[in-house]
Design a protein around this ligand. Structure first.
Ligand SMILES: C[S@@+](CC[C@H](N)C(=O)[O-])C[C@H]1O[C@@H](n2cnc3c(N)ncnc32)[C@H](O)[C@@H]1O
Length: 156
């Protein structure tokens, strides 16, 4: 295995550990409320399929699922995915969840009417962000929407 591959693998293991720990320490890590900016644009999103990258506990996708969108979500943390699944199940809403690293997640071309990456890209290096933006762009159908939000240095 090349040194670079080994270092990347170790980073992935480190990410898994720290996110899992954070999710396991509390019942609800993030607010249940979806991003208010995303909700402002809710009515502009074409009915269809949503991909939520770094879905966490699912707060941003739930309102779309409640309105009939189908949801695919991916997150590196198994506890996050479990908690997300519980929320969808408690409302009898279907969801298709994957535990995995966004950097390896195969985004299907032209599949989605909305791709959400809420407060997640800020955890990646500049070159990873650049690489991630390509599948995000190609995963969107014509007329679809992309919602990106990032933490800033002013966030607590
Ligand atoms: C700040 S939380 C945001 C969660 C959710 N998007 C929200 O807004 O409530 C960041 C999420 O990104 C996930 N994450 C971090 N690095 C990741 C990676 N390399 N691949 C997939 N998910 C990752 C974490 O497990 C965590 O759930």
């Amino acid at each position: 295995m090349r040194d670079q591959d080994r270092a990347e693998k170790q980073n992935v293991i480190k990410d898994f550990n720290s996110w899992d720990r954070r999710y396991l320490q509390t019942k609800q890590l993030w607010t249940r409320r979806p991003d208010s900016k995303l909700m402002q644009y809710f009515d502009l999103v074409k009915m269809g399929e949503v991909l939520d990258l770094g879905i966490g506990e699912g707060r941003n996708s739930l309102p779309f699922a409640m309105s009939g969108f189908s949801i695919d979500g991916v997150d590196i943390s198994a506890p996050a995915i479990n908690s997300c699944k519980e929320s969808f199940d408690s409302m009898n809403l279907p969801v298709n969840l994957t535990i995995g690293d966004l950097r390896q997640f195969p985004v299907k071309r032209n599949k989605y009417t909305l791709i959400i990456a809420a407060n997640v890209l800020n955890f990646f290096s500049g070159s990873d962000i650049k690489a991630l933006l390509e599948p995000i762009k190609s995963g969107i159908q014509e007329g679809g929407s992309i919602y990106l939000s990032v933490f800033s240095t002013l966030d607590p």
